[in-house]
Design a protein around this ligand. Structure first.
Ligand code: AMP
Ligand code: ZN
Length: 110
């Protein structure tokens, strides 16, 4: 499949891995928007948040639990998790991903 994040999962494209297991991959964003900015993705290709359903949504809870673990290990207690869904919301890669932003005051957004 011609998907950038599937290729990152397959290691066809290199990334700076933060965490990996059989279900998910976390890696640093190539264009950070905060002092700490990494992405967490399911290894299964899901096009975005609007492609979630009762069968595939379990990985979302798993990802949030892992984000809590990863940030705790990094000594981060304050962070923001963002998912852009659809072009108007700024989604540019159509493989579900969660931005984790941290490392200082993030400003108001929502
Ligand atoms: P979004 O715009 O919400 O779809 O987020 C896509 C994110 O992927 C952006 O923040 C990009 O900076 C990031 N990105 C694009 N290509 C790469 C790459 N090769 N490695 C790491 N992050 C990437
Ligand atoms: Zn994909």
């Amino acid at each position: 499949m011609d998907c950038l994040f599937c290729k990152i999962c397959e290691k066809e494209i290199p990334s700076k891995v933060v965490y990996e297991d059989d279900k998910i991959l976390a890696f640093y964003d190539i264009d950070p928007k905060a002092p700490v900015h990494f992405l967490v993705i399911p290894k299964e290709h899901i096009a975005g948040a609007s492609a979630l359903n009762a069968e595939n949504a379990g990985v979302v809870a798993y990802i949030y639990a892992k984000i809590a673990e990863i940030t705790a290990k990094m000594g981060i207690s304050s962070y923001r998790v963002v998912t852009n869904c659809g072009p108007d919301a700024g989604q540019t890669v159509f493989h579900l991903h969660f931005h984790v932003l941290a490392g200082g005051p993030l400003g108001e957004m929502a």
